[in-house]
Design a protein around this ligand. Sequence first.
Ligand SMILES: [Zn+2]
Length: 340
Amino acid sequence: MLERLNVLEKEALKTLKTTSDSDALAEWQKRYFGKKGALTTLLRSVGDLPAEDRPAFGKAANQVKQRLETAYEAHARDLRQAEVERSLERDRLDVTLPGRPIGPGHLHITTQTLREYFAIFAEMGFQVYEAPDVETDVMNFGMLNMPPHHPARDMWDTFYIDDDVILRTHTSPGQIRVMRERYPEPIRVVLPGKCYRYEQITARSEHQFYQLEGLAVGHAITMTYLIGTLTEFARRLYGPDRRLRIRSSYFPFTEPSIEADMDCILCAGAGCRMCKYSGWLEIAGAGMVHPVVLRNGGYDPEEWGGFAFGMGVERPAIVKYGIDDIRLFYSNDLRFLRQF
Ligand SMILES: [Zn+2]
């Protein structure tokens, strides 16, 4: 029995040295110390010995057990240390490498366009007035001369939050807000903001986009001021030679209503791909503020008059840079954004 114990110890120590990872180590441990392990089995067989041999064997067996356990602990420690060294080697950092530069951010192309607009209108005496994105149905439609069931409501597919609360479909409800706030002062403001339409998103239409609305209210405001303002805007933005063309149009909240086109900045009216060979680019929908709207804003249309206009903010960038997919404005693709 003692002989078997010696053989077992030698064999165990030898195989321990060959274990090279934690799996093999666990396997070794099971092989000798497990329930059916070699050492466990040998120790259990002490009952087969004659009584007088038992103490000596028990003592020897316990010593072997202790030596093996000590050897096991030491080897496990060595393996862990080796593993740490390997991972250090594997994940070695070259601290002399230069860092990856983090580029400074810049303003979104839409924000840049808006600020250009603001600067031009500020020089003409327009203040910026911000109105909320979430509006009531009454402010977005009713106060702008579109009572429920008015056919013009079909022009805008609307995101309803509930029966009365919506996402504004245009910046025009801000007209009512600023009039009610400023009465009885004359008004000259631009109202920037995002508008929302319940539409299929395609390369040509988004469900959200920016508008810049303009509103002037005073005692002697005529269509001439409106056309002058739009012409001046076009000339400051695109050069002093720009010409404007006015077409009649229809909006429920202006009377009369117009649309303003500018001669194409690329072909100067000759016709090209950018202007779809018409020679003209649309820049704004506009008109004289409807008497109903003035009254809803608190201004007596017998004494006051006004003009209003609305223009796209993405549109000029689309035209200027030949952007063929409006979704790019909202997709946060850095390859797109970095170009501007
Ligand atoms: Zn053109």
